[in-house]
Design a protein around this ligand. Structure first.
Ligand code: TYD
Length: 212
């Protein structure tokens, strides 16, 4: 276990992860706790270049395994260059999407199965999240919040795909009950924020990062 705390945000497109990330930023700033905010795919110079390739709507010909490997490549760089060093130095890391996105989108959405988990175990090594918040929102609701003009290559997929992804997240929840927290994302954003913060404070107190 690292000195720092690794938090990931997961969920369907349009489920409000970015809004919650900005609330968490305010929270850690107020508490004076050093925190790194990052996202996937991306988070490093190389990762952001890979992000452009992966999400480019012109890349129709990209095969599913290429897509899975590019996400994993972006993640390997991210862990090595940014996440692990931050955790070793005792910082909190908040990452918008991580390994569970690949298992849900590529493993279940693209039907690549367990190979995705295996590839990603190589990419992340021992750097697994301590806490994962899953924004539980039906994909039809999430997708209706995203303007068609700004949809990326993955968001453009049919509802069927997004429903498989959603089902995938529900399966992941069963495998990782110790870190995976289901958040009812149909509620207003402040209520969601309060749930996230109380779960985080519990862990911070257990670890002695925050006084009781
Ligand atoms: P994201 O940056 O969350 O999209 P946005 O900022 O537009 O909400 O993620 C981009 C897309 O990539 C999203 O549809 C989910 C998908 N994705 C995967 O399919 N696999 C992965 O491993 C990751 C990290 C994201």
């Amino acid at each position: 276990m690292y000195k720092g705390l690794f938090i990931t945000l997961e969920g369907p497109d349009g489920s409000g992860k970015s809004t919650q990330a900005s609330y968490l930023r305010e929270y850690f700033d107020e508490k004076g706790i050093e925190c790194v905010f990052t996202r996937e795919p991306g988070g490093t110079h190389i990762g952001e270049m890979l992000r452009k390739i992966i999400l480019d709507k012109e890349n129709h010909e990209m095969c599913d395994m290429t897509e899975a490997l590019l996400y994993a490549a972006s993640r390997a760089q991210h862990v090595e260059e940014l996440i692990r060093p931050a955790l070793i130095s005792g910082k909190v890391v908040v990452c918008d999407r991580f390994i569970d996105s690949s298992i849900a989108y590529q493993g279940y959405g693209r039907n690549l199965g367990d190979s995705v988990r295996q590839i990603n175990e190589h990419a992340v090594g021992d750097c697994m999240p301590d806490l994962t918040f899953f924004m539980d929102l039906p994909p039809s609701v999430g997708m209706s919040r995203i303007d068609e003009d700004v949809q990326d290559r993955l968001e453009q997929e049919k509802l069927d795909f997004h429903n498989r992804v959603f089902g995938g997240y529900k399966e992941i929840a069963k495998y990782y009950p110790e870190r995976f927290i289901d958040i009812d994302a149909r509620r207003d954003k402040e209520a969601i924020r309060d749930d996230l913060i109380s779960a985080i404070e519990k862990v911070l107190k257990d670890r002695g990062i925050l006084c009781r």
